[in-house]
Design a binder for this molecule. Structure first.
Ligand SMILES: Nc1ncnc2c1ncn2[C@@H]1O[C@H](COP(=O)(O)OP(=O)(O)OP(=O)(O)O)[C@@H](O)[C@H]1O
Length: 232
């Protein structure tokens, strides 16, 4: 459903992505791995249309979206949970969630909302708290929940475990596993934490200095080889 072909991106004269290609099918989880600064976030921003690409193409369900704006990609079913979460700190949890449903009819929205409360019961308890008053882990859950409320075909998660306490990492892992089992959504999971990615991914791509240096199925995800690429 997602095809990325020979993507190149520059920040000024710095060549940040060098011919990156990958593909992802509905119901699959792809782990995008690599150490700090190799271009993972840049790639995700290019997929969401937040950054332009210099060369290459991105297609979703056979439709070329390379030149589309972020809101057009969102309307086609891509949801993006950025690194740092970017929730609205002054809005309540409920208002943050409603932002994710801006395009839904009231009836559909309430059904989706029930599903999200099942996935993240803690959010139901905190509906009237301000987003900025939640812990980092709860904010991450809120950001994922808000993205899911748009009912996406593809969800892009940029380092959801970064700075999060282990008990909430387990909750997030459980949610990603449930989404994968549902089979109607593709998951692009950017991670530095090998064990988390290994437990969830069907396939993986490792980036180093803007290039794909390893890729394959979960079974081919050789611990030592991949960890070598992740080690500082
Ligand atoms: N707006 C920008 N302008 C110029 N260079 C940038 C910009 N954003 C990122 N870079 C550089 O591009 C390279 C790739 O950055 P990117 O954030 O994509 O890496 P990353 O793999 O996501 O790392 P991290 O895990 O730290 O987020 C880095 O060298 C970074 O310093």
């Amino acid at each position: 459903m997602l095809q990325v072909g020979q993507l190149n991106q520059y920040y000024g004269s710095s060549h940040t992505l060098r011919g990156v290609s990958l593909s992802l099918e509905q119901g699959q989880c792809l782990a995008l791995l690599g150490r700090n600064g190799v271009g993972k976030t840049t790639l995700l921003k290019c997929l969401m249309g937040v950054l332009p690409v210099a060369k290459g193409h991105v297609s979703l369900e056979g439709c070329d979206i390379t030149k589309l704006k972020p809101h057009e990609r969102a309307a086609l079913g891509i949801a993006y949970v950025p690194q740092g979460r970017e929730i609205f700190a002054r809005l309540t949890v409920e208002e943050n969630l409603m932002m994710g449903m801006a395009t839904k009819s009231a009836r559909k929205a309430s059904t989706i909302r029930d599903e999200v409360y099942e996935l993240f019961p803690v959010l139901k308890e905190m509906l009237h708290r301000r987003g900025g008053d939640l812990s980092g882990g709860q904010q991450q859950q809120l950001a994922i929940a808000r993205a899911l409320l748009a009912d996406p075909k593809l969800i892009i998660l940029d380092e959801p475990t970064e700075g999060i306490q282990p008990s909430i990492i387990k909750d997030i892992e459980r949610v990603i596993r449930l989404l994968r089992q549902r089979g109607d959504i593709a998951i692009l999971l950017c991670e530095q934490y090998f064990d988390f990615a290994h437990a969830l991914a069907d396939k993986f791509v490792v980036l180093s200095r803007g290039e794909v240096v390893a890729s394959g199925s979960q079974e081919q995800m050789d611990h030592e080889d991949v960890k070598r690429h992740l080690a500082v």
